[in-house]
Design a protein around this ligand. Structure first.
Ligand code: ZN
Length: 131
């Protein structure tokens, strides 16, 4: 896994949900460095993502059946969104299927606008034009 060499904030367990509450999850992750991405999907959804974590740190508590999956370009990453409210809470990365990220805006008690964040150059990772 190619993680940028930036100090991470402490790993803590957070509860999170989509907007309507159909999807609830718990995740143990650092909050910083948070990441935005300039790929064609992320620039549209505008989410601030958590640092990458192993799938074992994630627990879907409720609403796994409310999650729809979206794939594009190489169709390796799996992007999930709530079928009811449309919010993106989490995704499985393309670099490694064991590695996931969550939408920091979905975590309870976290002010995602106050977090240090970096921009990932997802657009340059594309192997298909305009991904
Ligand atoms: Zn929802």
């Amino acid at each position: 896994m190619n993680v940028p060499h930036q100090p991470q904030s402490p790993i803590q367990t957070h509860s999170g949900s989509c907007h309507c509450g159909a999807v609830r999850f718990e995740v143990s992750t650092a909050l910083e460095p948070a990441t935005r991405c300039n790929c064609s999907l992320c620039r549209r959804r505008g989410a601030l993502m958590s640092p990458a974590f192993d799938v074992s740190a994630l627990r879907i508590i409720d609403g796994a059946d409310a999650l729809a999956m979206y794939q594009f370009n190489t169709r390796v990453a799996r992007h999930f969104f709530c079928k009811v409210c449309g919010v993106y809470p989490l995704h499985q990365t393309r670099k490694d299927p064991q590695i996931w990220r969550v939408n920091l805006g979905c975590l309870d008690g976290v002010d995602s606008y106050a977090l240090e964040n970096t921009l990932a150059d997802g657009a340059s990772l594309s192997v298909v034009e305009d991904a």
